[in-house]
Design a protein around this ligand. Sequence first.
Ligand SMILES: N[C@@H](CCC(=O)N[C@@H](CSS)C(=O)NCC(=O)O)C(=O)O
Length: 302
Amino acid sequence: MIRINLLRLSFPSSPSNFFAFSSQIPVLPLINRSRSRLMAKCAYTTAFEPPGKKLLFRQLFEKESSTYTYLLADVTHPDKPALLIDPVDKTVERDLSLVRELGLKLIYAMNTHVHADHVTGSGIIKTQVPDVKSIISKASNSKADILIEAGDKIYFGDLFLEARATPGHTLGCVTYVTGDGLDQPRPRMAFTGDALLIRGCGRTDFQGGSSSQLYKSVHSQIFTLPKDTLIYPAHDYKGFTVSTVGEEVLYNSRLTKDEETFESIMENLNLPYPKMIDMALPVNLTCGLQELTAKPVEAASN
Ligand SMILES: N[C@@H](CCC(=O)N[C@@H](CSS)C(=O)NCC(=O)O)C(=O)O
């Protein structure tokens, strides 16, 4: 089990901290009384920030592949350690500028899986900020500085992400979930990659994909998280930005079906192959390091 850095325990905060997150999390529009009562349990507004701990969170978008990249940092730690989840090569400069402007120290460039539709930014990031470590799952059969397995905890300062194995879109897909515990922010946040998209899910027709496996992954590893857990996928093609476990359990158009119906839906998606798949896969199997020569610059490291 990987455990990086030290966990320093602290104790529950005063009630005023329950709203400390609200500026970062969208307010749920009121739809109707019964639905809003149901959704109150998965509201985006109630949040708990442990005393002396603050998670900086940004959702970033790459429009050609409709990919979300996520920036997380422990900004109460003296070093302001930060990580990027699913960076894209085309938007690395933007992301590193943001890291620099916010005074963060980027330590990890993480991938939820081997992407088929775009080139990961983790290789370019490593050439720009040599101390950054690339991370991907061992099950992806890729090369990276750190190969994680289910249950591993990835620490950035006093905060951490837990890795959950969610294969099915690809063999090595993982979901990174913010830590459980009184000293970690709530609600939890799940970075689901392509395993679970908002009201949908990743396709299962290549890279060791399996609809049966994806169904089990989502139901056992994601739908079992607290209902108010925020869902942040790697892609969105419809304009959504965030959902919750509670919302997807009720309204996901594919995963609310029984397994047999789900498998039939997935078999009949008939999606065209991603345009960049032949180019992207070999590069992404090395976390983007292939054919890159180290060109360190004073970028995102304070
Ligand atoms: N048209 C895009 C690829 C679109 C696509 O296939 N998206 C994947 C995730 S990236 S491999 C997917 O799983 N989609 C699920 C869905 O229901 O759309 C391209 O050519 O790159």
